[in-house]
Design a protein around this ligand. Sequence first.
Ligand SMILES: [Zn+2]
Ligand SMILES: [Zn+2]
Length: 330
Amino acid sequence: MQLPEITKLDDDVIQVKIAMSYPLRWVNSYLIGGAAGWSVVDPGPRNPENELAWEQVLQQLDIPWSTLESVVLTHHHPDHSGLSGWFQERTGVPVWISEIAWSEFVRSWGTGNTAATDLVTLFSKHGMPDEITDQLPEHLDSFVAQVTPPPLPSFIMPGQPVIMGGRSWQTIETSGHAAGHVSLYDPQHQVMLCGDAVLPQISPNISLVPGSDPQPLASYLDGLSKLGTYEVEHALPGHRRPFGGFRERTVKLLEHHEERLHAMLQRLEEQPRTGYDICTSIFSSKLTLHQLRFAMSETLAHLVELERTGRAIATERDGLLYYEPIQHQA
Ligand SMILES: [Zn+2]
Ligand SMILES: [Zn+2]
């Protein structure tokens, strides 16, 4: 097995590329610290290859397991949080996560959770055919192994900093990509660990998820405006490469979503459409089930935003929801 790519961004911040599935291909984990101890931000999805990868990475960097102090999670998604329980089992370190992100973790993968059936009900109501929704429970179940064992969490309190490697990091909670997502900001070095809240090149997925934030796109846009006020020299994202121009990127993402809302509204002007209809007309038709799930959740997040801002309305016909634009008097 190949050693994961390791990049020393400065003396006490190290980027480690942990493998994950297509199309993202890797998640960025960050080791923050120094001689006094190390924290791992977003250790990656759990599987035997990634466990071995971490063994090799720590050995290569000459970081003994005993010097690990904490695991810090930006959000609950398996590609970020998955190995946290495994790290905790090995070392006993605390796993820091926001309280909201933890409740999302439990709602998604906790015992007796109804995440799969709730998603099937939601997608069916928005017109997704049965032959696709039928595959969702098994698909969602396949992620459980990536987040097992779950960690015993310690909560990042709103507004309270997190200490990593002797440096104090401000915590900035924003939602939309994932409820309770926390970005970590070091004002002295103007470094922002932004998780999946802001990504270079790709637009972070915004999902309407049953039982979670009912207006994820509005929350996401609010979060972007908030993050855009920070002075950031180095943005360290959860995927792709560290980048500059953080504020400009937040503006680009705001514009992207406004354009997408507009594109959807134009399709609704042709005729009333279900969410699934809009989804397949906006996104490529050649999506894997995983990609289609994200595309559908993203479409619904936008349709809900059109409704919330008085630009469209949903009406039920034969058990399905159809959206149409609201015509405003000139
Ligand atoms: Zn994510
Ligand atoms: Zn991610």
